[in-house]
Design a binder for this molecule. Structure first.
Ligand code: GUN
Length: 323
């Protein structure tokens, strides 16, 4: 990263604020690109990419995430079929539905929104999604292939893929850099670490049992924060000039804000912006790119199933892909 200019303060010289990585603007360009690709696919094949979404239970945040994904699909011409099952749905019901969707030629992608109710075994449910329809990339085979250099998965999970795309578009180097990932979830932390490793970063994964967290995070050129704890990362935990990616999103009460709450991330934005070289905001950072990458993955699922090939990596290269 380039050395940054210094701002003259009253007591000392401080670095100027970080570059903000605008996920909304990037996602807009990717959605426009997917829309054009969907239209071209339709012209070539007479088919429309189809995504089945499954929500089990009434988790309010999950309901709003699934709605946002459906809306984004509709905007780019991807057909969605939504299945909302009651929270007490048993494994046979869920597996039966997955079996029907697996056999349905109009369904190219299947997304089971997480978290599942506790009586369902995540491994069993996600393992029942056919590999070529696993647009979330959560099947153990897809996760495993992500960790094997020289072997591609069919799909890369949407949030890590969105983060990679943001880093690439911002021309933030990965190979040879020290990356620290906070969190080890199936949705973000674990696949993010595997992805950075295959791109030749030196990767450390931290979690709730990691002692002396700040000592580790201060080593990072790239700090990916997906810990699920509002305000976990303070300014003094960040190496000057580091790229900081905030995956957290939390509602905190705020009587001044419309609706009585505002959204914050895992990072204390006002502090980290003074230290980092680049930073994603919340909202408007990683979230829109996650949804955009789901569209990319669904398009690729349809291309692979109907036309026979598709790479799991964003194509054409991200620096030139957005229209
Ligand atoms: N829950 C939170 N994020 C995600 C996601 O990206 N995919 C699914 N399936 N569930 C989630």
């Amino acid at each position: 990263m380039k050395p940054r200019a210094l701002r003259r303060g009253s007591h000392e010289e401080r670095p100027v604020a970080a570059r903000i990585l605008d996920g909304r603007a990037m996602a807009d360009r990717w959605r426009a690109w997917v829309k054009a690709q969907v239209a071209a696919f339709r012209d070539r094949t007479g088919r429309v990419p189809g995504l089945a979404t499954i929500l089990i239970g009434d988790h309010p945040a999950s309901q709003s995430y699934v709605r946002a994904k459906q809306r984004a699909c509709a905007e780019v011409g991807i057909r969605t079929l939504h299945h909302h099952l009651p929270g007490e749905a048993d494994r046979r019901t869920v597996l039966g539905l997955l079996g029907r969707l697996a056999d349905d030629p109009e369904v190219h992608g299947i997304l089971v929104q997480l978290p599942l109710p506790p009586h369902l075994d995540e491994e069993e449910i996600l393992g029942a999604i056919p590999l070529e329809k696993d647009v979330d990339g959560f099947h153990p085979w897809n996760i495993g292939r992500l960790g094997l250099k020289g072997r591609d998965p069919y799909f890369v999970p949407c949030t890590p893929l969105g983060i990679l795309t943001m880093l690439q578009e911002a021309q933030i180097p990965i190979a040879g850099r020290r990356a620290v990932v906070l969190g080890r979830s199936r949705i973000v932390g674990l696949p993010m670490a595997l992805l950075l490793l295959r791109l030749d970063a030196t990767v450390t994964v931290c979690h709730s049992r990691t002692p002396h967290l700040a000592e580790v995070t201060r080593q990072a050129d790239l700090l990916i924060v997906a810990a699920g704890r509002p305000g976990l990362v303070r300014g003094e935990m960040v190496r000057p000039g580091a790229a900081v990616i905030d995956v957290g999103i939390h509602r905190v009460p705020d009587p001044q804000a419309p609706g009585g709450y505002r959204l914050v991330g895992d990072v204390v934005f006002e502090e980290v912006i003074q230290v980092a070289g680049a930073l994603t905001p919340v909202p408007g950072g990683v979230g829109p790119m996650t949804v955009a990458m789901l569209l990319v993955n669904t398009l690729k699922a349809a291309q692979r199933q109907v036309e026979g090939s598709a790479s799991p990596w964003p194509e054409p290269p991200p620096a030139t892909a957005p229209l």
